[in-house]
Design a protein around this ligand. Structure first.
Ligand SMILES: Nc1ncnc2c1ncn2[C@@H]1O[C@H](COP(=O)(O)OP(=O)(O)O)[C@@H](O)[C@H]1O
Ligand SMILES: [Mg+2]
Length: 261
């Protein structure tokens, strides 16, 4: 079975938060972004520019004041099982084992135990989780392992779109490169569309088709840069000349955004 991820279209999204003492803080301003089905886009922008807010809007957790989000031809106005979200911090249920965290969405969806357990085996393999630790609770796992569990949970119901909010930012550089490459293998197998928020230009270049750069708050797109590397990719690709050119362009836009703010 070949499956292709869904296409995401964010069109003219404005969003602000109420400020204590009155007024509102504009966070997204005319945010527009399209991701083709099966694509991987990396989103880079300064701290507080609205990246996590944008992911919550796309996931249907937060309603924009203006503008729309569509997955293929359906408007997203509430959380949708076709969209998986991995938060910056893993947000696992502390009293449940890793396995029971991963299968939680399947329980909620009413899957019988035998089917859940079969899917668990697939997911553990998909995210390269050590099968020996699935009985452990989150507090007994390393940060990287917790993030794998959160990723497996987000993939449990085979989402068409995966939203990843700086998922590897707490890892050391070498583990991070390994995770990036694993993410690419996972993307090939799970065939979802991926939007990855990251602060790492190297990570963005290694995994993405395009790098979208956001302005300081209120966030909007100030650059959309294609990554001209063929696939499959490896760490050696990071030595290519195109990488330093792309990195320079991303930095230039980030710098211009900061200067204009
Ligand atoms: N629920 C909220 N209520 C009020 N302000 C918020 C809320 N969530 C985020 N913000 C503010 O919105 C801005 C953007 O936040 P966020 O989307 O988390 O930025 P980023 O992920 O790009 O660092 C920040 O100034 C943050 O303090
Ligand atoms: Mg954030």
């Amino acid at each position: 079975m070949t499956r292709v991820g869904g296409a995401i279209r964010v069109d003219g999204v404005d969003l602000s938060f109420p400020v204590r003492g009155g007024g509102r803080l504009p966070v997204l301003d005319g945010m527009t972004l399209e991701i083709a089905g099966g694509g991987i886009v990396a989103l880079i922008g300064p701290n507080g520019c609205g990246k996590s807010t944008l992911l919550r809007v796309i996931a249907g957790l937060l309603a924009p004041e203006r503008g729309t989000v569509d997955l293929d031809t359906t408007p997203i106005v509430e959380p949708d099982p076709r969209i998986g979200l991995v938060f910056q911090e893993p947000r696992l249920l502390p009293w449940r084992s890793a396995a029971d965290n991963i299968t939680y969405p399947l329980e909620l969806a009413g899957w019988p135990p035998a089917r859940r357990s079969k899917r668990l085996t697939e997911l553990v393999d998909l995210v390269s989780l050590d099968p020996g630790v699935t009985g452990n609770r989150p507090a007994e796992l390393s940060g990287g392992t917790r993030q794998r569990v959160a990723l497996a949970r987000a993939l449990a119901l085979e989402p068409e779109v995966l939203l990843l909010d700086e998922p590897f930012s707490a890892l050391d550089a070498l583990s991070r490169e390994r995770f990036d490459l694993e993410l690419l293998r996972l993307w090939e197998r799970a065939a979802s569309t991926i939007l990855l928020v990251t602060h790492s230009i190297a990570e963005a270049i290694l995994v993405a088709d395009r790098i979208v750069v956001m302005s300081p708050r209120p966030g909007r797109v100030i650059a959309d840069i294609p990554v001209e590397l063929t696939r499959p990719r490896s760490i050696d690709d990071l030595d290519a000349a195109v990488v330093s050119e792309t990195a320079r362009e991303v930095r230039r836009h980030l710098g211009e955004g900061e200067a204009a703010a």
